[in-house]
Write a protein that binds this ligand. Structure first.
Ligand SMILES: [Zn+2]
Length: 69
């Protein structure tokens, strides 16, 4: 069976000190979760286009065992 790959975003890349990371199958899902996390954990209700760009730029692929490509 082929290794599954995921998209991962680590919140500390936009919020230094935050240990939260998001892993999902698609970039869209990652961004959706990241949006919710920004609101719940960081009080950011509306993600600015700039922040969304930053999140997108920091999404990276990982395999299902957490190994980085
Ligand atoms: Zn965070």
């Amino acid at each position: 069976m082929a290794e599954e790959s995921y998209r991962e975003f680590m919140c500390k890349l936009v919020n230094p000190g935050c240990d939260f990371s998001i892993r999902a199958k698609t970039d869209d899902e990652v961004i959706e979760h990241a949006r919710m996390h920004q609101e719940i954990a960081h009080g950011v209700k509306d993600i600015s286009p700039d922040l969304e760009k930053k999140i997108k730029a920091n999404i990276r692929p990982v395999s299902s065992d957490g190994h980085q490509f």
